[in-house]
Write a protein that binds this ligand. Structure first.
Ligand SMILES: Cc1ncc(COP(=O)(O)O)c(C=O)c1O
Length: 394
């Protein structure tokens, strides 16, 4: 084994900590800081010259946030990483430094909803134009690149509908034209996919989900090449983004067990997904690891696993029937976000969001997050839910 392991499971356990430098204690302490004192004016001048490198001001980083950033960068096979206060903040600071007035950017039509709001409400005000592309476009993205296109945003799989794009083809076409590429890797996390290996410039992670993993933290990361680090760090700093010391600590703690949690989410979700395929109430299961799913071959080629989040299309039925099912679950909760230890159930409608790859569906769509409960208990809960649904649907 080389001295520096690259497998994210091993890296997750060891990266970002140095017990020898802290009395042999395993976990880094939580450093709470705003002011950092300088012993001399020369030291102050040095800090002003390089504000993002040393420890200068709490907003710009503490030993706790640096430890977490090191661990995330190592897991993502990135040169560096920047911790910010949410996954959404990570999306904003990953894109903003690379576009300016008059530019055009290409965004996956499967992007997380608030990414679209950012483009349509804010970037548009700043005269930055967004076009959406079909996530299954592959190398065809070349035809959408304009002289003023600066950046391609990817998300894999798509939020809500879970198509898996051909990341290699899209990134390849973008790189030939000298464009920046950023990808939202929240679903797989670096445990199952490392897009930096495919040449992207920056990876966005909502650490809120599987990295922190306990539904008690909101945090985000941008993992970058050395070249892209400074522009992203500067955007984060100048807009005042910051990950709190306690959230950094909790996230580091969550990250150490991310690999085992994800393996369990994967196994349980697949078991539930296959069971759902056999149910008469279910028209379709949208899960990247199922062979007939759009982009399944790209998932198989690029990923080493699948996580706990997927969706189903029910046979056509009323809102009242869906409500009877989801409002009375014993184990599945109705709520936003995902990636914690608990199971969640959420009806959704993607067609209000998507522009070019409108998914056709006749029945209601439901997103499921499969948590760490015993699978047979989850199946029994869903089974009772289907009984209620059929009772109301008639
Ligand atoms: C794919 C994806 N990216 C980013 C985010 C944003 O993360 P946060 O909730 O930490 O802002 C989410 C949140 O649901 C998400 O699903």
């Amino acid at each position: 084994m080389s001295a520096k392991p690259s497998n994210p499971r091993t890296v997750a356990v060891h990266a970002g900590r140095d017990p020898r430098s802290q009395f042999g204690m395993i976990n880094p302490p939580v450093w709470h800081a705003s002011t950092v004192l300088f012993p001399t004016l020369d030291a102050l001048d040095q800090a002003i010259r390089q504000p993002y490198e040393g420890l200068v001001y709490g907003l710009l980083g503490t030993p706790t946030s640096r430890a977490l950033e090191q661990a995330v960068a190592a897991m993502e096979h990135a040169d560096r990483a920047i911790a910010v206060g949410s996954g959404l903040a990570a999306i904003a600071v990953a894109i903003m430094p690379f576009v300016q007035a008059g530019d055009h950017l290409l965004v996956s039509d499967g992007a997380y909803g608030p990414t679209r709001h950012l483009c349509e409400h804010w970037f548009r005000r700043w005269d930055i134009e967004t076009s959406y592309y079909d996530p299954m476009i592959g190398a065809g993205i070349a035809d959408l690149i304009r002289p003023n296109t600066r950046l391609v945003h990817l998300e894999t799989p798509s939020s809500l509908t879970f198509e898996v794009p051909d990341v290699r083809a899209i990134v390849g076409a973008a790189k030939v034209r000298g464009l920046k590429t950023v990808i939202d890797n929240t679903w797989a996390s670096p445990i199952f996919f490392q897009p930096m290996d495919l040449g992207v410039d920056a990876v966005i992670l909502a650490g809120t989900k599987y990295i922190a993993g306990h539904s008690d933290v909101v945090i985000g990361f941008v993992a970058t090449t050395e070249e892209s680090w400074l522009p992203v760090k500067r955007a984060a700093a100048e807009f005042g983004h910051h990950a709190t010391p306690d959230d950094c600590y909790l996230t580091l703690r969550g990250l150490r067990t991310a690999a085992v949690r994800l393996k369990q989410h994967e196994a349980s979700a697949l078991e539930v997904a296959r069971w759902l395929q056999s149910r008469p109430e279910v028209r379709r299961v949208l899960h990247p690891a199922l062979p007939d799913h759009p982009g399944h071959l790209f998932w198989k080629r690029d990923f080493t696993g699948s996580s706990g989040l997927f969706a189903i299309e029910l046979q056509p039925c009323s809102r009242a029937a869906v409500a009877a099912m989801v409002e009375n679950m014993a184990l599945f909760g109705i709520g936003f976000s995902w990636g914690g230890f608990e199971s969640l159930i959420l009806p959704f409608e993607p067609n209000g969001l998507q522009r070019v790859s409108t998914m056709t569906h006749d029945g209601p769509l439901i997103r499921l997050h499969i948590g760490l409960e015993e699978v047979s208990d989850l199946v029994a809960d869903l089974e009772r839910g289907f009984d209620r649904l059929r009772h109301v649907a008639g």
